[in-house]
Design a protein around this ligand. Structure first.
Ligand code: AMP
Ligand code: ZN
Length: 474
């Protein structure tokens, strides 16, 4: 597989599974102080599809993702407040409650996208403080740090390769960093970044704090990811590290500097960065009213998996513009795919192919085409195009097409059998079931129970599954 590597600025070939069977992968996870929005959905969908694709190509993947529940400031460059503390103040809640609430919402959204939590080694920053302190100590021993009254800093001038990921020169960095960052008069270079913040000054009232060799305080956001990646993947060098493009110039540059300074080894082999999702051509924000979450999808009766289809139509490195019209068009295509899957099942009439070698020559060629698409820097858009081409290919038998669609289902984490389960369910029952799913998502269990009773009183049963529900006639 070839994967674009931000570090080399090229599509670099991964060793074939026969040479390196297992892949270690780390993804920067959410900072849990606010709602999970459709931009996050795009990013985490593409992480999941990357992992699924690697497995489809024969790799075993160990995947770690962090939950940032402390230390991420409103400015990536050590400026501003801690996002969690700020969120808690605004909402009149404790930081711990805010983190718990938004993490739950994050996983609800992932579940709706068929992203399996159990398939990810999830690390919480607040539970790895000792590992961060240990890494900071190592950096201190090796002479890469200095202390001020406010923090322990990483001295970027001590690390030769600083700037290699973003390609920014030290001088440009100096100019790019906002003057606000220089609030700490002890800071030597504007690009130096905090490894540990002391509970003083603007952080004197910080509610999350731990003892450390540099005093009571809390870790910097960048050191969290280095510590959790190495701990979770049990390796000082990891194969793939993913994150949004916003992380390239500061967060990931800093992760590289501190990790490589501490271990003396390359930190990451492939840096994978996802482009952003915009809404109606603008950055998402609550004040603009274009900040959409899972609830908005349900309110508009949009199945989150149709959004997944929409994301896959654009390459992960290309910025994407979301509109509700585009979502509707994707929903139509996705539903059509479900219908075709359903029809093919009827036509195949129980005949099932379980091994690729039993496919016809044309079907094997299509399977290889799918592999090529995905191996070419995760070209999901081309793969989707080839799926439609394959479905129109007259020479293919229904059981061949089913075999291929089952693979597509696995690579993308679709729910193509959804229509099959809920076929011939009257619209009013379907609508009650959809309302119940929404009530469950909003944790309104009373309403969800009432709706279940209504469904049962109408002669149907409803069972919850990983990707939604199944309704059956009693
Ligand atoms: P955050 O919780 O803001 O730290 O974001 C978690 C991950 O989602 C990061 O890797 C961000 O780069 C990514 N992300 C945030 N907003 C968007 C967006 N609008 N489109 C795509 N990815 C995003
Ligand atoms: Zn990170």
């Amino acid at each position: 597989m070839k994967l674009y590597n931000t570090l080399t600025r090229e599509k670099d070939e991964l060793p074939a599974p026969i040479l390196q069977k297992s892949i270690t992968m780390y993804s920067c996870g959410p900072t849990v102080y606010d709602e999970t929005h459709i931009g996050h959905m795009r990013k985490f969908t593409m992480d999941d599809v990357l992992k699924r694709s690697l497995r489809f190509l024969g790799y075993e993947v160990k995947h770690v993702m962090n939950i940032t529940d402390v230390g991420h400031l409103t400015g990536d460059d050590d400026s501003g407040e801690d996002k969690l503390e700020k969120g808690a103040k605004k909402q009149g809640k404790t930081v711990w409650d805010v983190a718990k609430e938004y993490e739950e919402k994050f996983w609800d959204t992932m579940k709706a996208l068929k992203i399996d939590q159990d398939d990810i080694i999830v690390m919480h920053a607040t539970q790895c403080i000792d590992d961060m302190i240990a890494l900071n100590k190592k950096l201190e021993e090796k002479g890469f740090t200095y202390q001020t009254d406010e923090a322990l800093y990483f001295d970027v001038t001590m690390f030769d390769g600083y700037g290699k990921l973003s390609g920014q020169k030290m001088e440009d960095k100096k100019q790019a960093v906002r003057s606000e960052v220089n609030i700490d008069p002890g800071k030597k270079h504007p690009a130096d970044f905090a490894l540990w913040f002391k509970k003083v000054g603007r952080f004197a009232d910080h509610t999350m704090h731990w003892e450390s060799p540099w005093g009571d305080g809390f870790p910097g956001w960048h050191i969290e990811c280095s510590a959790m990646a190495m701990k979770g993947l049990q390796s000082e060098t990891i194969d793939i590290h993913t994150g949004g493009i916003d992380h390239i110039p500061v967060h990931h540059e800093n992760e590289i500097a501190q990790s490589e300074a501490a271990t003396g080894k390359p930190f990451v082999r492939w840096w994978v960065h996802h482009a952003f999702l915009q809404v109606d051509g603008e950055k998402m924000s609550k004040s603009k009213g274009n900040f959409y979450t899972l609830k908005d999808l349900y309110d508009r009766k949009v199945d989150p998996l149709t959004l997944k289809y929409l994301f896959l139509q654009t390459h992960y490195r290309k910025p994407m513009n979301f509109t509700w019209e585009a979502a509707q068009a994707a929903a139509k295509a996705y539903e059509q795919l479900q219908s075709i899957y359903y029809d093919l099942k009827q036509q195949a009439n129980g005949t099932k192919i379980t091994h690729a070698q039993d496919l016809s020559g044309t079907a094997q060629f299509m399977l290889n085409t799918f592999k090529k698409d995905i191996s070419d820097d995760l070209n999901t858009a081309r793969l989707l195009g080839n799926v439609w081409y394959m479905l129109k290919e007259e020479k293919l038998k229904p059981e061949d097409q089913l075999f291929l669609l089952d693979h597509v289902n696995t690579i993308f984490g679709f729910n193509l059998s959804g229509k099959e389960h809920n076929e011939s369910i009257p619209d009013e029952i379907q609508s009650l079931a959809d309302q119940r799913l929404q009530a469950r998502t909003e944790k309104d269990f009373q309403k969800s129970d009432d709706l279940r009773k209504q469904i049962e009183n109408n002669g149907y049963t409803i069972e919850d599954t990983n990707d939604g529900y199944v309704i059956k006639k009693k």
